[in-house]
Write a protein that binds this ligand. Sequence first.
Ligand code: CO
Length: 273
Amino acid sequence: MQTKFLPFIGVLALIGTLVGCGGGQDAEDNAPAADSSRDTAMSAARDQGRDAGNSDDSMQDAAESASGQMDSAGERAARMAGEASERAQGMVDEAGEQAREMASEAGERAEQMAGEASDRAEQAMAAATSAMGSEGSGQAARGDSGDPCVVNVEVGDSIAYSVDSISVPSSCDSVTINLDHTGTLPKAAMGHNWVLVPAAAVQNIGMAGMSVGLESDYLPDDDRIVAATDLIGGGESTSVTFSLDDLDDGTEYAYVCTFPGHWSAMRGTFSVE
Ligand code: CO
């Protein structure tokens, strides 16, 4: 702080010296004082010079310091840039990893879905094969016409239908069931019929047949019955035709024999495709 004033002091000293030199009169008397003033001024000038030198040094130091600071700032900037670059690279890597993970998960899900679709396809194939199998036996029981809306069902001297399930196209205007008893026993001993009812009512209606007796063909009067053939014995045939409009959507149907004691064994599912 003090060195800042030294140049001014030096300048004042120089002015003092010059004034002293220009004095003229009393110059001889004042010579020692002038010399002294000059020395003082010179000394001050030297000091100033030295201080100036020092100041140069200081400036140099400051410059070096500034340079150092700039270098330091540059290094910091470079370091920050490097760190930023590393962070950016890290983020890019992380994003890439996430993307790969997501792609991997998506791939796994796709694979899982493909697997499930494959399972469903297999189930559909199995169902189709099963349907073809039952349709095959159904076709074997059908008449010569091959009409899918006409289904032939055989019964005999045992408590069984020739088909466990019947499926007809929804396009059928009407459906005809032909029932053929290929056995020899009379209907009082081994009578059979084919009665279409809601699947949930099979047991109830099947058991109700016994209470109405043979004179009523063991067929109960029940509004839930969609269609029913006559009761027949060995060597007889009968048929029933009904409209699919008589079926309720969303209700499962089944056919059953209402001869006493036959309902549990003589039954099958009826469906519309
Ligand atoms: Co029967």
